[in-house]
Design a protein around this ligand. Sequence first.
Ligand code: ARG
Ligand code: ZN
Length: 876
Amino acid sequence: KVTLLADYEQPAYLVDEALLQFDLDSAKTRVVSTLTMRKNPQGPEADCILDGEALTLVSLKLDGKKLEGNQFQRTTSQLLIPNLPDKFELEIITEIEPDQNTALEGLYYSGSILCTQCEAEGFRRITYYPDRPDVMSVFTVTIVADREKWPVMLSNGNMEDQGVFDDGRHWVRWHDPHPKPSYLFALVAGDLHVQQDSFTTQSGREVALRIYVDPENKHKCDHALTSLKQAMKWDEDTYGREYDLDVFMIVAVNDFNMGAMENKGLNIFNAACVLATPETATDDDFYTIQSIVAHEYFHNWSGNRVTCRDWFQLSLKEGFTVMRDQSFSADLNSAAVQRIDDVNGLRSMQFAEDAGPMAHPVRPDSYIEISNFYTVTIYEKGAEVVRMINTLVGDEEFRKGTDLYFDRHDGQAVTTDDFVKAIEDANAVDLSQFKRWYEQAGTPELTIDTNYDPIEHRFTLTVTQACPATPGQATKQPFHIPLAVGLLDKSGTSLDMQLEDEAEPHHGDTRILSVTEASQTFEFINVSSEPLASVLRGFSAPVKLKYDLSNHQLAFLMVNDKDSFNRWDAGQKLIINILLELVADIQQNNPLVLSSLLVNQFERILTDKKLDPALIAKMLTLPTENYLAAQMTTPDVDAIHQAREFLKRNIAVSLKGLFNQTYEKLSVKKAYDFNADDMAMRSLKNVCLSYLVASGDPLQLQRCLRQMKQADNMTELLAGLRLMVDQSGLERENALRSFYEQWKQDRQVVDKWLAVQAASTLPDTLIRVKGLMKHEAFSIKNPNNVRALIGMFCRNNPVHFHAKDGSGYRFLAEQILVLDKLNPQVAARMLGALNSWRRYDEQRQQLMKQALESIAEQQDLSADVYEIVTKYLAAE
Ligand code: ARG
Ligand code: ZN
């Protein structure tokens, strides 16, 4: 069944108050829901329809009177009650079975913790309810349970009262004064350790901060608490947003479909996205945790206080909140590195989605299963869209706009149009053309042509835009694109920019051009010498750039550009050019030669004392095989692998002395600390080590083992292990065995152990992966295990996943069918590995198609897998 944006109607009935009582029990949980409801004066004339799935209905009462079976209608997903008065109270008693819930939606067990996940449509698995975000209600929740088994019982808002019964049970009542949609409801019960802290808001409200974890994880909460306080402060300083309850709680659970969930006052986290110690988590983990804790916290305003009218508006909260967490991370860490990582992620994941069969606009107009639309397009491209609005209107103006947005829509469920309108109204700007970014799918392609007239001293920059067709959208209108540009002279100095009709030149390195036409020319006057244009600085718009620069020009920008992002990007483009030439040589059996230009530039970067080591590390990192595949018309996975290995090995051999020196210089012994400088040093050190090992010198393997042995932190230990797993031999097996022996009690670390093995380039990797699925460390019911092992193999091991015999594809298809019966959301995610199947060679396409068909043929597929598999197989 397809849901269409065009069919949106206001709800017929509203819920003013929801009183929920939960009687928790291992097998059966009883839910008594008392709803104070009324007819929506703005709603359509229609019967009252409540959503409900996998529920046992015990009884139904209208204003205290029991309703008989002939007074309502039930289907497998709805409860319809006709002939209702304008105002009434409904009491619904249902039973649910949390221990049967493997889909991890609604109320379920994670280990011995009972917890919920309601976004997007999980609340209907708890009780009958108008389960849509535009129905906002005040919730009061009472939980009753055995006191021994569930000493801690949590829900949204502030705790009001609690007590004990004589029979060993106890109860607690939570009240959330802020009206909210059902998707923000949460309940947690278990024997949990609590780590406490506090934060005083700018207006003086004292907020208790609590992180609840399994007792074994009690030493892993500090970083999340620090991150939370940083986020609370940042949102006050940057957006003027203050927290609004007396307590803010985070709970860590081991079984979770996504990263985390922003339930009002009670965020629930995938344990991997919140727990960390230096010994068990890498710098990347620390970094990600800081950003996810902030992301969920920021939702308190962008998502909870102002929520979405319907799920087509998902990017209203997700795009904006990702944009907010990205600028938080940029402010707290290295802004350049943050931008590089964000763009890298966008270009490798979202561009592929935009070019594939699931391409959809930031505001989609139809879906079968909304869970399938928690995508990189909604999140990451959505963030870019908000970022572009900020770029176009300016920082102060953007803040004025968001102030108006929060003020105007507090307590409402609104649309992306409302968001844009608030920015427009606050600043008297017109963003009507800009809104096409919300409506049109696909990645625009910008072609840049330049010309310099040495006599007139004029520099012309012509920008042409086009956007490829996407499913359901054959043609596109021009986008409104902020294009950040700088001009450099031969010595690398920035030139002033003055457009033809301007009286004054623009000083400063960068200016933003506003591109609105299909083809548009910008004339710069008084340009004294021939410049080199650095365009799309900071990746000012999510577009593909066609700008033909020679390898020498790229090499020049790589060391001279004023914009750190473009320096990195020029380097990446240079490397890609060189790798693609190597791929062509491999395909034609030509001898391979190393580019001395690249080696020279690498040497300059590596010895540049002014460059941030974190940036050096990024610049020396070769693009992934997947990203290279995306740059080819028909990816040649084996040639790409070979080319990349060749380049890496030969750079390593050429610059071995320098890598060695840098590695030694960075090997100063000091206690681990999570700060930008130390992180930068560790990342550069590990890049050096990876080149040294790539050089093929067996002594370097000893160095790698030494690093593992001496490491007091997971960043250095795991970097070593990653390099070891690509080496065949006894030392590899020993390293893996001792790593497991040391860490088998720790789930987060064991997932890393699974993932490194799944990513190994050694020939027997698939057999190993299959073996690991039978290991005590793996359970197919645990999403983190599945992502670490199966996900890693299918998405980040292209050589083996795309094996010519089709074994990788068959393996994936088999696992998806098993997973679909247990957890449709996770099954559907895994299918993403086949997103680009039509881009491959004939033989691989056939094999991938067979894999997809073997899934499509099955009876009783979930809506999740059904939607993706049919869209993948649909005719081009
Ligand atoms: N809103 C959450 C976040 O981005 C993710 C929601 C999880 N959704 C799901 N269908 N499991 O922070
Ligand atoms: Zn979010």
